[in-house]
Design a protein around this ligand. Structure first.
Ligand code: DUR
Ligand code: ZN
Length: 136
């Protein structure tokens, strides 16, 4: 499984997005160490703030299935350049990924950017901060 194939899965999941308010469907796909793929789409609500992004849908599905070991995340939307995950999703990625975990961001024209969770959210708040273990 490579980034291109994972992006294809994200594009498929994007078709399931529930976006009556923004009309901005987003798809995400996660690859784990054992080759499992879990996908997600954004799911909106009449109470706008309850919206769940595609990335968090995929991560929460994965965790709720008792899986972890995220190796790669792909995200796709109809943006001018590669889509850029929101801050909330970056924080959730930081919780369940390593700083080096690969993230492939793309648009529908095939413009894509490969980055990492650590690049997307440097100096993130984490478990260690709660327990007094992190130093600057
Ligand atoms: O990376 C992103 C950016 C935005 N959205 C969603 C949230 C909302 O449903 C819509 C517009 O912000 O796109 C995602 O799912 N992922
Ligand atoms: Zn988000």
């Amino acid at each position: 499984m490579n980034g291109e194939k994972l992006l294809e899965q994200a594009k498929q999941a994007r078709k399931n997005a529930y976006v009556p308010y923004s009309n901005f469907p987003v798809g995400a796909a996660i690859l784990t160490g054992d080759g499992t793929i879990v996908t997600g789409c954004n799911i909106e609500n009449a109470s706008y703030g309850l919206t769940n992004c595609a990335e968090r849908t995929a991560i929460f599905k994965l965790i709720s299935e008792g899986k972890s070991d995220i190796r790669m995340i792909a995200v796709v939307a109809d943006t001018a350049g590669p889509v850029s995950p929101c801050g909330m999703c970056r924080q959730v990625m930081a919780e369940f990924c390593s700083p080096g975990t690969k993230v492939i961001l793309s648009n529908l024209n095939g413009q894509s950017k490969e980055t990492t969770v650590g690049e997307l959210l440097p100096f993130s708040f984490s478990k260690g901060d709660l327990h007094g273990e992190n130093e600057i």
